[in-house]
Ligand binder design. Structure first.
Ligand SMILES: [Fe+2]
Length: 486
């Protein structure tokens, strides 16, 4: 890990901002510039999704969450790697490309050109398919939590169209961007895909689905909770689905009048508790809602049951900052915003009490674990992290946390490198929980290009065992998945 003077910023803001330039081009090539050696045992494909377009016709997209989804595919084959990226041909993307201008308002503040008259009472949102990508049941799906998934061809990444999962998702329905794959309680159990949809307003209805590996519906249940709900992610244990209902309020008037995006009308309520919703997987059992300290959670790392307690490890923020109108996200002042930290919520099932403990105070986001430990007691968590142990800053490092010993291992690419979601991929035949690799896409501002880095999960501080240099940059993405050879 490079050492920087403690008083210096670990990054240059201009370097960080350039990682948010659009990448309108689509590529298809074998990666021929590699430092180190791609492990021969690493066979399969890393898919990643994220906003690819961050401006259009001279107008900037105000927030990356409003950028059109672009899926990248890096296929590893006998020590070689192939890269491909394609935009998801959503209805909105196709229409805007044809028109050469923004036709839709974005949830996080992007406005149509034309001022008040173009935006007021125009509530039609674009399904931007930009948040995650899931391969399950031989279907590759680009996910955005506000609408239906788009199905892509897994090799060419061509868009096949809206996917309704055998009619389960109705027109206008949603399918969350954070599916969980339940490994089952024994090695012989078949894996299940668990995901949810939400309909929110004055009250909110969460519908949870469990699928087998052919998308046959194994289980479905719905629960209604009072109030508006901003539910991005959830976690599972053998007996529960667990959601955090952040204490936020939705004031839609500025959205309806065209002044603000819907996401900018969300207001944090520091006077209200965060509600932890324990929904039994046995739908005949009642749901339990437990209050804890007011906080905001986008992402959970894992949850597990132990000794009549449930532990939930999440990236928590002290509050959710209001997304201000006309504020370009590239200009945000990191020092004035709360940093994400890893928190453990311990839920006592006997008395309903909830204890919150900070496990890692370093700014972090995008947690990942070994897929076989989803919903189970586990030891290792990996996450993107800031270079410096204190303060709020862009992600520039990978942090491995040993939850048993408390040891932390950090690999930083500061000052000129920037990190995105690190993904743990088990080594075939490996038995230790950390026997595998960490895959991540990084942004190298020195060369204005992206790298795909491979680390040994047992030697994070040893750095990348292979750095695959792309011929171009890919804007900072959101979430991805790894698929063993199809
Ligand atoms: Fe997410």
């Amino acid at each position: 890990m490079k050492t920087l003077p403690s008083e210096a910023l670990s990054y240059n803001r201009n370097d960080w901002q350039r990682g948010y330039l659009s990448q309108p081009q689509e590529f298809d090539y074998w990666i021929d510039e590699v430092d180190g050696q791609i492990p021969f045992e690493l066979q399969g494909t890393l898919y990643r999704n994220g906003p690819g377009l961050l401006d259009m016709n001279g107008q900037t997209i105000q927030h990356p969450f409003d950028g059109d989804g672009m899926v990248c595919r890096i296929t590893f084959d006998k020590g070689q790697a192939h890269f491909r990226n394609r935009f998801v041909r959503t209805e909105g993307y196709v229409a805007e490309q044809k028109a050469g201008q923004i036709l839709y308002r974005g949830v996080f503040g992007t406005q149509k050109p034309g001022g008040f008259f173009a935006n007021a009472f125009n509530l039609k949102l674009k399904n931007i398919a930009n948040t995650s990508v899931l391969y399950w049941g031989e279907k590759l799906l680009a996910l955005w939590e506000g609408a239906e998934p788009h199905r892509l061809e897994p090799h060419t990444l061509e868009t096949i169209g809206i996917e309704r999962l055998n009619g389960l998702i109705k027109p206008g329905g949603t399918f969350a961007a954070h599916p969980r794959i339940d490994p089952g309680s024994s090695p012989t159990d078949a894996r299940r895909l668990v995901n949810f949809s939400i309909k929110t307003g004055l009250s909110s209805t969460i519908t949870i689905y469990e699928f087998d590996d052919h998308y046959q519906l194994l289980h479905q249940q719905s629960r209604t909770i009072p109030g508006f709900a901003f539910l991005h992610d959830f976690v599972i244990t053998p007996h529960y689905y667990i959601f955090f209902q952040n204490p936020v309020q939705f004031d839609p008037l500025p959205f309806i009048l065209g002044w603000q995006g819907a996401g900018q009308c969300i207001r944090f309520r520091p006077d209200q508790p965060t509600q932890i919703l324990l929904i039994p997987r046995d739908s005949s059992q009642p749901m339990v809602s437990l209050g804890t300290v007011p906080c905001f959670v986008f992402h959970h790392g894992n949850a597990f049951e132990q000794d009549n307690q449930i532990m939930v490890d999440s990236i928590g923020y002290e509050y959710f900052p209001k997304v201000e109108p006309n504020q370009d996200f590239r200009e945000i002042d990191f020092d004035t915003l709360p940093a994400g930290q890893l928190w453990r919520f311990t839920i006592n099932l006997a008395d309903g009490s909830v204890d919150r403990q900070v496990i890692e105070s370093r700014c972090c986001e995008f947690p990942s674990i070994h897929p076989n430990y989803v919903g189970k007691p586990y030891r290792y968590l990996y996450t993107g992290a800031a270079h410096s142990p204190t303060g709020n800053a862009p992600l520039q490092a990978i942090l491995k946390l040993d939850l048993h010993s408390g040891y932390r291992h950090v690999w930083s690419i500061a000052p000129r490198g920037f990190m995105t979601e690190p993904l743990f991929v088990p080594r075939p035949g490996g038995t230790a929980e950390d026997d595998g690799w960490i895959l991540a896409m990084t942004y190298d501002s020195t060369h204005h290009r992206s790298d795909v880095v491979i680390l040994s999960a047992q030697d994070i501080e040893g750095g990348a065992i292979a750095s695959l240099h792309l011929k171009h940059h890919i804007p900072y993405g959101l979430h991805g998945c790894f698929v063993q050879n199809m």
